[in-house]
Design a protein around this ligand. Sequence first.
Ligand SMILES: [Zn+2]
Length: 455
Amino acid sequence: MTALHIDEVRSRADADFPRVVDVLSRKIALKSVSAQGITGEHMRRSAEFVARELHKVGVDAHVVQSSNPDGTAGAYEVVGSKNADPNAPTVLLYAHHDVQPVPEPSVWDTDPFTATEVDGRLYGRGSCDDGGGIAIHCGALAVLGSDLRVNIKVFIEGEEEMGSPSFIPFIEAHRDEFDSDVIVVADSGNWSADIPSLTTSLRGNTSMDVTVRVLRHPVHSGQYGGAVLDANTLASMLVSSMYDGQGSLIVPGLVSGEPVGGLQRDLDEATVREDSSVVDSYVFAGIGSLASRLWTKPSVTVIGWDAQPVDTSFNVIADATRIRLSLRTAPGQRPEEAQRALGDFLLAHAPHGAEVTLTPLENGMGWAMNPDAEATKDALEAMKQAFGVEPINKGEGGSIPFIPELQRLFPKAQVLVTGPEDPKSNAHSPNESISLSGLRNNIVAEALLLDKLGC
Ligand SMILES: [Zn+2]
């Protein structure tokens, strides 16, 4: 079988594009904020809307309410399938229909729940994350129509922004509906609106509470200061013992990786400085490419510290303090292994013989794409054709917990992480938007990919 010609795919996508934008606009108006209640009527309406739109592009889709691990009712999920040929590969298309809340509508330039086009971008909550993912899947299936040559399964989740509490039990209960050869997760994004990307890796994460104790009770700083260091100072010394002079972690056993599939282009330091809002005098920590520091090397952040607030402080030596450490791990390292390495290091570096005790907290695995998988090559080729430029792969410093879970449940599936975002999208922030030219090219790319997978 020969693949569909790019010109044919593009002309079909162009003809269908106003419909796709209309679907996305109506989706935005549904205000499907899962933080206002995963089981709310508004979430059921949103799921039913998505199921109807999937029907229109030939998917036998229906809404299923999942169950939480404790047995209570969970999210409204959309599940569907479209069969082409029993001998062809099966592709699972993932997106989520819930959106982030809008705590302060007044800081938006447009109404968050009225899709508004400005300068080639469509603004609105969920325009990108992840209404854009739904639009890509619906658009690609419409383009292929009866030329579809792979079997399609669809899962549009209703609680991704709430950490997917019922995701794993739901998938385990519906294994057959998800079992597939390739999984396309359209919930990430591109290098820019004009340059496509596969997301190649996600860091894992783990955390722990660390208590540092020096005294059985607080004492007067005038009486004992000089010989007895306060618990906050000792905890600071413990934290700083993890770093060398350049701010690189020196904890043995923490794996440091390099960008998966090789680094095609490093992040631009000026842009990262601007986007992160570091003060002008700050010198970035670590060595090596900025991409490796943000995507594939471990990092530790003190995210909580129990200490006396300044305004109510008085002259005592604190007896004990507790800090919470969040550790981002290299994509391939087991988080429990990293947690143990960090814990062992902290116990071995207790300053001045202070008592250090650890409380390990939850672990989340990272994920790395297989750069040599057939589907990866097909996706990169499809992106290159659709956008007219070479893709630039990128990693993610954060985690998308369900991706490693999907990979764990379906170890043979080739997972491709794509998506509608670009650096101007402001997902999770005010003035969220999607590039319309980027969306159109993403639809062409996914249609070409699905077509290639069936050849
Ligand atoms: Zn998302």
